[in-house]
Ligand binder design. Structure first.
Ligand SMILES: C[S@@+](CC[C@H](N)C(=O)[O-])C[C@H]1O[C@@H](n2cnc3c(N)ncnc32)[C@H](O)[C@@H]1O
Length: 211
């Protein structure tokens, strides 16, 4: 059976290597491995997201939804050293790589964990994601409906999606769900979508707002 990058425990034998992410404001060397998304090079969509998306809030909680080996989480944690960056994934090998990469980069403000390990009262000032389109529409929609309502009022999610993998229909669906969604950028077959928090979503169940 074909193994996907979103397997919880990839069975592919380990084949460690290093990839480099070069942005205007930082260069990162990161460990990757077989069985995780884009193990051989930083995904062009991920790089575009990090180049064009607005900077996150200075403080508070930020989510990298589907962190892989951590390029988005580590960049956000570098840009916002006083924020706490939750790097969430279902792939345990990816989470372990993110932990190692965060430690190697000295980014103690990254928390890499499985989705169920994020405390229920955490609300996000911003969400960034190169979402796993290949899980299928039903799972993807469920995942977005799980996390987008946890944006703080006025918060945004920045999603990078390939046009041929359905970025425009995803934007339509998000609008239908009440999340005002606009196209921030379009380049080389990728779109970055900005998704706004939905009016009426409960901002905080027990006043554990990030300081
Ligand atoms: C397209 S990859 C992006 C990885 C990384 N952010 C990057 O840019 O290289 C999407 C990631 O989402 C993860 N994923 C799949 N289903 C998920 C779920 N239900 N919750 C959280 N992450 C999930 C996959 O394991 C994969 O690592």
């Amino acid at each position: 059976m074909t193994e996907h990058y979103f397997s919880a425990r990839p069975e592919a034998p380990s084949a460690p290597r290093t990839v480099r992410l070069a942005l205007d404001d930082l260069t990162l060397e990161m460990a990757t491995d077989s069985g995780v998304f884009s193990a051989g090079h930083v995904d062009p969509g991920t790089k575009m997201l990090l180049e064009v998306a607005p900077e996150p809030a200075v403080r508070g909680d930020i989510l990298d939804l589907g962190c892989g080996y951590g390029p988005i989480a580590l960049t956000l944690a570098h840009r916002r050293k006083r924020a706490r960056v939750w790097a969430v994934d279902v792939n345990e090998r990816a989470l372990e790589l993110t932990r190692r990469n965060a430690e190697a980069a000295g980014r103690g403000n990254v928390r890499a964990c499985a989705p169920d390990e994020v405390p229920a009262d955490v609300r996000f000032a911003a969400i960034y994601s190169n979402p796993p389109i290949k899980v299928g529409k039903a799972v993807l929609h469920g995942m977005l409906l799980r996390w987008l309502p946890r944006l703080l009022p006025g918060g945004t999610a920045q999603l990078v999606v390939q046009k041929h993998l359905g970025s425009d229909s995803l934007a339509r669906w998000l609008n239908e769900q009440g999340f005002a969604t606009t196209r921030l950028a379009s380049r080389q077959g990728y779109r970055v979508l900005t998704v706004h928090s939905r009016p009426g979503d409960d901002p905080c169940t027990n006043s554990a707002a990030p300081s």
